[in-house]
Design a binder for this molecule. Structure first.
Ligand SMILES: C[S@@+](CC[C@H](N)C(=O)[O-])C[C@H]1O[C@@H](n2cnc3c(N)ncnc32)[C@H](O)[C@@H]1O
Length: 217
């Protein structure tokens, strides 16, 4: 059974897309896309040989070897740009994602990037914004006791305000996520000593916005 996170990623993929799944690991996303004919073609890729071998085994188990190409690569460095127009980068930290996207030459003709970072969503949105990527949509899913943020980017200029950099575009459907962040921040605040004025101010600022989102007086 595919995870809700991978299903949310698949939601952003269209029939015409030529996809590379960077850091495919088990290749569950690629198997799901191929089995359900959800895109034009698929490359499963990973920097780690063991992970890619694992992907190959899973792909073979589902008789999808002819439909999914496997390539060993750091980001999309080894991928032929003619074979792809959509890049999925999921299950990695923002630092690695920034490293992958920094290959500007390779990314200049990519039409869509779908990202699910494990951390630092503020820094990631800021980086994408600064590098002229347009945040077209974002979905937040709760899966196995964890919130995942899945973002769809395209090339284009956009000025996100500070609130949007912190939490993405406000959506009523994300109330549970805002509530979770609010509570987590309260716990963090309890641990930060009063002398750490700057750190406390940052958390307080976040919670002021979250309070508004949650209609708390
Ligand atoms: C936790 S798995 C994520 C699997 C799947 N994408 C998901 O979200 O469920 C992270 C994978 O990213 C791969 N990875 C890390 N850095 C990478 C890079 N620079 N290029 C390609 N793959 C990378 C790792 O080898 C690992 O298999």
């Amino acid at each position: 059974m595919i995870s809700l996170k991978l299903k949310a990623i698949a939601f952003f993929i269209d029939k015409k897309d030529k996809v590379v799944d960077v850091g495919c690991d088990h290749a569950y996303l690629d198997i799901y896309l191929a089995k359900n004919n959800l895109c034009k073609n698929i490359i499963a890729s990973d920097i780690n040989e063991n992970a890619l071998n694992n992907a190959k085994k899973n792909i073979a188990r589902y008789n999808l070897t002819k439909k999914i190409k496997c390539i060993l690569s750091d980001g999309i460095n080894e991928i032929n740009i003619k074979d792809i127009n959509t890049v999925v980068i999921a299950g990695m930290g923002t630092k690695t994602i920034k490293h992958i996207i920094s290959n500007k030459e390779k990314f200049k003709n990519i039409e869509k990037i779908i990202i699910s970072s494990n951390n630092d969503h503020y820094l990631l949105r800021k980086f994408m914004n600064k590098n002229h990527y347009y945040l077209e949509d974002e979905k937040i899913v709760f899966d196995k006791n964890h919130y995942y943020v899945i973002s769809k980017y395209k090339h284009g200029k956009q000025k996100l305000n500070n609130k949007e950099l912190m939490f993405g575009k406000y959506k009523l459907e994300n109330k549970n996520y805002y509530e979770y962040l609010f509570k987590e921040n309260k716990k963090i605040l309890e641990k930060i000593p009063f002398t750490k004025f700057k750190a406390r101010k940052k958390i307080k600022k976040e919670n002021k916005i979250l309070k508004k989102y949650l209609n708390i007086k």
